[in-house]
Design a protein around this ligand. Structure first.
Ligand code: FAD
Length: 591
């Protein structure tokens, strides 16, 4: 009998802890949401996975909001509920390590069908007299490809991009959003006028440089920690019609980086005297000259890398573009010529192609379709994205490209520099402490399941190699920062944010005191049964004690007392003590 009681208590405890017994998905139905709350197996499966295909977490439910107010109601319910539950906004699920997942709550599917999104938030470019005042208001879950299509109807387009456009506005603004335009316009987070954000307390706030500016800067690059972006106001420029796309090869790394750095230093010059996009990539084996990121070289006109690479070493490919339209078509050749003659690439290794602006911006999607048709898109992606300071990029080349990689890799390796002063230091994102830093991106696909692939393409091999790269940098004292960061312990996150950690933590306590948002990032532990953080800071909280603890104890005084209340009070007490220790630990670590 005693054993049975013990087992029952244990089972109830487990249920409370693992599925949040006090809040079942059916209870969410009572919130009066206009959108669709779903337990559909397909929805649940989609929300449990991401592009990385390396981590899995099934939510309690998936929510398709019909409006920002719906997001307010759901987050408000999570914040106000006695036991709480977590809420993760999911853009297009193109994270690598489960950043948009949650197993203790609800995933809000911010992206959906174009038709639905059009109803949610019609794209309304406001054409003004002043060019710099042109902008578009978009729903936070809108995909950049749809933003592009809609704005092109008005002959306009955003200025700063990602290489791939099937990413959501809210998702890239939560990281940074970078591509070859960043040297000139800054990342996407430097190209936002205004946001509507639902904070972790369920408040819908409009924020900008002038209004609620702390929230505005917190959310940009904030890894979804401070609020859910429901609207973004994006500045626009007249859309170019065509793009001249140029690639040139280098066998000398110093010459390659010198030229890249020279080209990005021209950012303040008139448009006619600089390129519009500057990237580059590393070729450690021949197969990668025409990687999945772009089909630059036609299969009918393949480029023989060996003809440029007498020593069989690593090659580097500079990739630049120049936009033009009818009015500048006559001068484009001379402008390009004037820039190219200042560069030091291998003579005869310049390749040029010409295409419509939209085709250039959407270049990766074509190859996504090809990979999908071969079953090579839905495979694990152990990507590693790093910001490497300019002063150590040559050490990185020696140690990694010419060292650790051997002559094998499993996907494109991007490398291009950016100007730090185009990044707003008030945002949450962290970059190296130098005026110029490089993005180095290992965009790997693990092909364990593909017959005939060798061991160097397995997930285990590639994951180990990522660790090796990070260890090498650590040992060599290369002070890099991860982009799209992935850490699993609080200490690692504190180290990642460095000087910015105290501010990041304060902002979290202010805007998401129960730490219910974007728990898939694994930065903060959610506070399920207590409101310690808010109590500690909010003088309006009764007794200065966690609500749940008070409720639990109160319940136990109201007899007859079901066992569940005792258990709940006990759990609340444990949680309260755990929270106290956790906050103390954070305080010590910060101090
Ligand atoms: P998700 O993966 O759905 O979410 C990412 C994080 O943001 C999660 O923590 C989530 O909770 C949070 N979030 C999502 N929506 C919101 C919202 N509305 N409000 C607040 N938080 C939110 N990045 C670049 O910078 N440049 C590139 O060129 C680039 N190319 C890529 C190409 C491919 C093929 C892939 C798979 C990724 C690429 N990325 C690139 C990385 C990409 O920007 C990030 O993975 C981004 O998070 C993906 O956006 P998403 O909409 O899929 O976000």
């Amino acid at each position: 009998m005693a054993t049975n009681k013990l087992l029952l208590t244990f089972a109830i405890c487990r249920l409370i802890v693992t599925v949040g017994l006090t809040l079942r998905p059916t209870e969410l139905l009572r919130l009066g949401l206009d959108g669709q709350l779903s337990l559909d197996p397909t929805d649940m499966e989609t929300a449990s996975l991401d592009f990385g295909m390396m981590s899995r977490a099934e939510p309690l439910a998936v929510f398709h909001p019909a409006s920002a107010e719906d997001v307010v109601r759901l987050v408000g319910a999570a914040y106000g509920s006695v036991n709480g539950f977590t809420v993760s906004a999911k853009g297009h699920g193109h994270s690598i390590n489960g950043q948009a997942q949650t197993s203790h709550g609800v995933v809000i599917e911010m992206s959906g069908s174009v038709k639905k999104l059009a109803q949610l938030s019609p794209l309304v470019p406001m054409e003004q007299e002043e060019q710099e005042q042109r902008y578009v208001d978009v729903w936070g879950g809108e995909l950049w490809i749809d933003v592009l299509r809609a704005t092109l109807e008005y002959g306009l387009a955003p200025k700063s991009w990602t290489d791939y456009l099937y990413l959501s506005v809210g998702g890239t603004l939560s990281n940074a959003g970078i591509s070859g335009q960043a040297f000139n316009h800054g990342p996407q987070i430097s190209n936002v006028y205004e946001l509507d954000v639902v904070t972790g307390k369920g408040d819908l706030l409009t924020c900008s440089e002038e209004q609620n500016s702390e929230l505005f800067h917190a959310v940009l690059g904030g890894l979804g920690q401070f609020g859910i972006i429901t609207r973004a106001r994006i500045p626009l420029e007249p859309a170019p019609q065509r793009v001249r796309w140029i690639r040139a090869l280098y066998s000398n790394f110093t010459a390659f980086t010198k030229d890249q750095e020279f080209l990005i230093s021209l950012h303040g010059h008139p448009n006619s005297q600089k390129f519009d996009y500057i990237e580059g990539f590393v070729i450690v084996d021949d197969g990668l000259i025409n990687n999945w990121r772009s089909s630059f070289f036609s299969p009918r006109n393949p480029v023989k890398i060996t003809s440029f690479n007498a020593n069989g070493g690593v090659l580097y490919c500079l990739e630049v573009t120049k936009n033009y339209d009818e009015s500048s078509a006559n001068s484009i050749d001379q402008e390009i010529e004037a820039l190219l003659e200042k560069l030091d690439f291998i003579p005869t290794s310049v390749f040029t192609t010409d295409l419509p602006y939209v085709d250039f911006l959407d270049r990766v999607h074509k190859n996504e379709l090809k990979l999908r048709s071969k079953g090579l898109w839905d495979v694990p992606h152990p990507w590693l994205n790093l910001f490497v300071p300019k002063s150590r990029i040559s050490d990185f080349d020696n140690g990694v490209f010419k060292g650790i990689l051997g002559n094998k890799t499993s996907g494109p390796i991007l490398i291009y520099p950016m100007n730090k002063d185009k990044w707003d230091h008030r945002s949450s994102v962290v970059t190296p402490d130098e005026q110029v830093f490089y993005l180095v991106a290992f965009l790997r696909s693990a092909l364990d399941t593909v017959i005939g692939r060798d061991e160097s393409q397995s997930l285990e091999y590639l994951t180990n190699q990522n660790r090796q790269i990070l260890r090498f940098c650590d040992d060599a004292g290369i002070k890099l920062k991860q982009y799209l960061p992935h850490y699993t312990t609080q200490e690692e996150w504190m180290d990642h944010f460095g000087d910015k950690w105290a501010q990041f933590y304060q902002r979290k306590m202010e805007f998401d005191p129960r730490r219910i948002l974007a728990t898939g990032q694994r930065i903060f532990k959610p506070s399920f049964t207590t409101k310690v953080a808010s109590c500690a800071r909010d003088p309006d909280r009764p007794f200065g004690l966690p609500l749940d603890l008070v409720c639990g104890i109160f319940h136990t005084q109201l007899v007859p007392v079901p066992l569940i209340w005792y258990v709940q009070a006990l759990l609340a007490l444990i949680n309260f003590l755990e929270e106290k220790m956790y906050l103390k630990h954070l305080g010590t670590a910060q101090g």
